[in-house]
Design a protein around this ligand. Sequence first.
Ligand code: PLP
Length: 461
Amino acid sequence: MRGERSSFTKLMTDAREGVARDYATHVNPQFARLLDCTGFDRRYVRGEGAKLWDDAGTEYLDCIGGYAVHAIGRNHPDMIATLTEALHSGVPSWVQFERNPLAALLARRLAERTPGDLQHAFFSNSGTEAIECALKLARRATNRSAVLHCAMSFHGLTLGALAANGNEHLRDGFGPLGESKSIPFDDLAALEQALASRQCAAFLVEPVQGKSCRSASDGYLGEAARLCKKHGTLLVIDEVQTGVGRTGKFLACEHDAACQPDMLVLSKALSGGLVPVGATLVRSDIWAKTFDSMSHALVHASTFQSGVLAMTAALTTIEIHDREQLSARAARLGSTLRSAFESAAQKYHVAKEVRGRGLMLGIGLHKDFAERLLASIPLLGNLERVLFGQAFTMELLAEHRILCQVSDSHSNILKFTPPLVIDDASCAQLIQSVNAVFAKFESPGSASLHGAARVVLRARQ
Ligand code: PLP
């Protein structure tokens, strides 16, 4: 085989052949187990827009959207054309000692469309890296070390970001973490009280929480900005999941005109779903506190920052977002889905409430219902509470070919973050399927329940 060039097709063929064994042996055996138990172990071979196809040619509606990565839709033809052109251009990535032109253009375009005065951008390759940058810059600018965050917050899983994570099961066993303080989400009195200690470098907040799917009330972010300023804490808005149109505006914080963040973090959808990118947007005076001399010009940096493909993907994503008016589309279709889910929540006892904004929606499942249900199935215990929500995602996948997930392994919230290019017909399909699944779960002696019970029992083996 020496000297033979491997084609992508050949690589994929070899990979598929060994995946059942190789993934469990060399990657993540527990995740492989979860996929097996829930029936999520499919072999997807094609993705386009909001759809996926498996190797048997079955079509799926993707309402996970790669965890809100695929705003412009999978494999957008304009994105592929521009990235292909970049690849063939011979333009060198990571020269490092140059004024990177694409990074400069992207930083300007982002500065032009973010609220406040976020003139500088630090580019990285993930949401959590972009958060780490914000945390470092906030410490340096304020001479304080603690980070203030909200209960149920999620800002990534590296050690700095984990200190600001509001989910105990994700923090557990990884301490000691950096100094942090947690307050209830959307609670201005708690915020003011925490800020008054004047120990917090940054208040990190998501406009719509990814894990709880709760959206900040009108006026919360603007008032948070005012309080942070008053107490010398920097307001860092985490738009990793909400940014690039997801909630009905390019940025979710734009719903609140009074919100002027000190820093703002983007990632996920900015990638165009093809090349990872993270961005930390920063006010000039804060930036200058870290990058304060030539000897500190690279005091925060990363080898793979601002690569040609990542910058091209981000610039092209913004163009596609604008041209296809994806924010407006997310607002319109989000409101259609929301009203339909609200009607379902009124009709079926199993669904408690609808949360979120735009095309980032969650349906909270009723805890009482879950408990009654679990109590009615012999042999099920506490562990199964964790898997309860999966019974619904499994049914949506198995019977309706809709991919969705719970917002967290410990939550009973069904979460929907489809690509923003999802069409009206697919939204109608989603509404009809969600109703059908709720109806089935409420029917006496529901087959779905027993299916779910079987999964749980298999998971225990
Ligand atoms: N911040 C928010 C709001 C997120 O939703 C996520 C990921 O889901 C992150 C940060 C971390 O991003 P990444 O997974 O790219 O590290």
